[in-house]
Write a protein that binds this ligand. Structure first.
Ligand SMILES: *Cc1c(COP(=O)(O)O)cnc(C)c1O
Length: 365
């Protein structure tokens, strides 16, 4: 007897952490990015495991994600990459470190810190070196340094960072190198006034492709969960997530029979189908329907037929010996989330972070 389960394999998480450490100098700190429920896994469980394994820092996108970690007893420093104004007070209450990216959020933070009488509260400042998503402009660095120095009773500059647009794509190597040199110019300026700043610019593919730019710290997400944005790297990483389900029911369609909503699949020959308890409400989106997605049953590939329903998918098992109740693997060590995502025109990040909270999680230690 079974059901749909997302297994979180701690030994693989530890393996991926050790793999990344091998690419880093001993003194380089590793910030584990556990935003979006730990890339769709279980942020708290993953953070606890990584904290024991030796991770120095955690990163989340939003304040409430950081609060959840604090409430679970995580006491390592936590960087909030994208804090929002209404949450700055609770950020301070939970001793989270803000990544400040604009004058608006910087000023709001200074006000909030003064209101609660903070002294030398640790902050990080983000610069935009070409992603054009969040961050101060490099030309603002001088005035910003002066501004932070003015507020040095209230805040302490703990980190300065930027984010790469294309570290996984060596076709954009020249662009990435321009981002890294723009960052190096900022580093030189900041260091004169704030010599103890932790600089950080590398994400997963940055660590793997540009380790010379590791500075004091790196921020890795996807590789900890087992995906490295490159086939050679994937071969050395171990996927942390295994998504398993079962065959709820088998049906046999005759030529001309239709399957599922809007009759998106019409059998052209006798077709055996399996109905699985997993649908778009679980994170297997409609993009995976009509043959774009597939699952594995007894080591054989079974394509999704017709439209993905909210709670179910139907797969083609015409050529697979199977019974109701048999195990189905959707993603796992030999069923790559990357391959499944790519086949449907998306990336592993979207597939795993989209796995909904409805799916039960099980830790495998
Ligand atoms: C999500 C994120 C990361 C982690 O990126 P990976 O490619 O998953 O390693 C690092 N830095 C920032 C700013 C992010 O938003």
């Amino acid at each position: 007897m079974s059901e749909t389960i997302l297994e979180i394999h701690f030994p693989n998480l530890r393996h991926n952490y050790q793999f990344l450490r091998k690419h880093l100098a001993d003194e380089t700190k590793l910030l584990a990015v556990v935003k979006a429920f730990g890339y769709g896994s279980d942020a708290i469980a993953v953070a606890k495991c990584l904290a024991e394994t030796g991770v120095d820092y955690f990163g989340v996108a939003y304040v409430h994600e950081g609060i959840a970690l604090r409430k679970a007893g995580i006491d390592k420093p936590i960087l909030v990459l994208h804090p929002q104004e209404p949450n700055l007070k609770s950020l301070i209450e939970h001793k989270l470190e803000p990544g400040l990216y604009s004058h608006r959020i910087f000023d709001a933070f200074i006000n909030a810190a003064k209101e609660s009488n903070e002294k030398e509260y640790p902050i990080h400042v983000k610069f935009n070196t070409g992603l054009n998503r969040l961050g101060f402009e490099p030309k603002e660095s001088k005035s910003l340094i002066a501004r932070i120095a003015e507020e040095s009773k209230c805040v302490q500059l703990k980190g300065v960072y930027s984010h790469l647009a294309s570290s996984d794509d060596l076709k954009d190597d020249a662009f990435t190198k321009r981002q890294l040199s723009a960052f190096a110019v900022i580093v030189d300026r900041v260091i004169k006034t704030f010599p103890n700043t932790n600089f950080h610019v590398l994400n997963t593919s940055g660590v793997l492709n540009y380790p010379e730019a590791q500075y004091a710290m790196v921020r890795t997400g996807i590789s900890l969960y087992g995906y490295g944005n490159a086939t050679q790297v994937d071969a050395e990483l171990k996927p942390v997530l295994t998504l398993k389900t079962i065959i709820s029911q088998l049906h046999t369609l005759q030529k001309g029979d239709s399957l599922g909503y809007n009759r998106a699949f019409i059998a052209t020959t006798t077709t055996k189908t399996a109905t699985l308890p997993l649908g778009h409400a679980d994170g297997i989106g409609r993009i995976y329907g009509n043959g774009n997605g597939f699952v594995w049953i007894h080591g054989k590939k079974a394509p999704i037929l017709g439209n993905v329903c909210m709670d179910m998918i139907m797969v083609d098992v015409t050529h697979i010996e199977c019974q109701e109740g048999d195990e189905v693997i959707v993603i796992g060590p030999s069923a790559s989330a990357e391959a499944l995502a790519n086949n449907a025109g998306t990336i592993s990040y979207e597939l795993i972070t989209g796995l909904s909270q409805r799916i039960k999680r099980r830790i495998v230690n």
